[in-house]
Design a protein around this ligand. Structure first.
Ligand code: CU
Length: 262
C-alpha cells in the first residue's frame, strides 16, 4: 500500500460498529465507576480510627469519584473529535466555526459552577458536623503551637500538667480510647497547623484566637502528628506522636502529673 493510501485509511472515520461501541462506552463509563463504589477503598485512609474519619472518609472518596467522573468525561470530549471528526477527503479546509456560540458559553460557565457548588455543599455539611461544639465531651486537652514544637496540657490533672516538646525531643499526646475529648487549640507566636494525617484532622493554631475541636479516638496505637503551616526555620521539626491508650492507662497518665506535684 502506498504511504498516502495507508495514511488515508488510518484517517478514514471508523466503522459504524466501532462507533456504536465507543458511544456505548461513553455512557457506560460513569455507571461502571459508580457501581464499583459499593465498597470504595479508603484511598490512603483508614475507616473508623476516629469520629472525624467516619465523617471525612466519605467526603474524601466522593471528591475522588467526582474527579474521576469529570476526568473520564473530559478525556472522552478531548478524544472524541480526534477520532470521529478527522479531516475527510472532500471536507472544506475548516469545519463549521462555532465561536460566539452563546448557548455553549453559558453551558461551560454553568457546569463548573454546579461542580463547585456541589463540592462546597458537601464540604460545608461535613465541616459543620466535625467542628460542632458540644457539652458531651469527657476530657479536655490544650494544644499550643510554639516555634518550633508543641505544648500539650491536661487541665484535669491541674494547671501545671503540661508537656512541652522541643525540635530535638518530640512530645507525645496521650488520648483516651473511646472517650470524647475537647481540644483547645492556640498559638503563642505565629500560625501553626495541628495536623494528625491518619485521623484526617487539621486545625490551625492562630495567635490571639482560641479554636476548639472535639473528637473520639477509636483505635489504640501511635500515630504521627505534624505542623502543616510553614511557621519558620524549624517548621519541619514540629513533630509529635499521638498515643491512643485505654481509659485506665489515660487516668494513670494523668496521675503521674499529680504525683509529681503538678
Ligand atoms: Cu508550626
Amino acid at each position: 500500500m502506498p504511504p498516502q493510501r495507508a495514511l488515508r485509511s488510518i484517517l478514514t472515520p471508523m466503522s459504524s460498529t466501532t462507533l456504536k461501541f465507543l458511544r456505548g462506552l461513553l455512557f457506560l463509563s460513569p455507571a461502571l465507576l459508580l457501581t464499583g463504589c459499593s465498597k470504595v477503598s479508603g484511598l490512603g485512609f483508614e475507616e473508623g480510627l476516629t469520629s472525624v474519619n467516619d465523617q471525612s472518609l466519605s467526603l474524601w472518596q466522593g471528591a475522588w469519584i467526582a474527579a474521576g467522573v469529570v476526568g473520564v468525561f473530559t478525556l472522552i470530549l478531548i478524544l472524541w473529535p480526534a477520532f470521529f471528526h478527522r479531516l475527510k477527503k472532500d471536507s472544506p479546509e475548516f469545519p463549521k466555526q462555532t465561536q460566539y456560540n452563546i448557548p455553549i458559553e453559558i453551558l461551560y460557565t454553568i457546569i463548573p459552577f454546579i461542580i463547585v457548588a456541589v463540592l462546597f455543599y458537601f464540604t460545608a455539611k461535613k465541616e459543620t458536623v466535625i467542628s460542632a461544639k458540644t457539652d458531651t465531651y469527657k476530657h479536655e486537652i490544650t494544644v499550643e503551637g510554639i516555634q518550633w514544637s508543641w505544648q500539650f496540657g491536661y487541665p484535669e490533672a491541674g494547671p501545671a500538667a503540661l508537656v512541652t516538646g522541643t525540635p530535638a525531643q518530640a512530645p507525645v499526646l496521650y488520648v483516651p480510647l473511646g472517650e470524647k475529648v475537647r481540644y483547645t487549640i492556640t498559638s503563642n507566636d505565629v500560625v501553626h497547623g495541628f495536623w494528625i494525617p491518619a485521623f484526617m484532622i487539621q486545625m490551625q493554631n492562630l495567635p490571639g484566637v482560641t479554636n476548639h475541636l472535639e473528637f473520639t479516638a477509636k483505635k489504640l496505637g501511635d500515630y504521627p502528628g505534624r505542623c502543616n503551616i510553614l511557621c519558620g526555620r524549624n517548621h519541619s521539626q514540629m513533630l509529635f506522636t499521638v498515643r491512643v491508650v485505654t481509659p485506665a492507662q489515660y487516668q494513670a497518665y494523668l496521675e503521674t502529673f499529680k504525683g509529681s506535684g503538678a
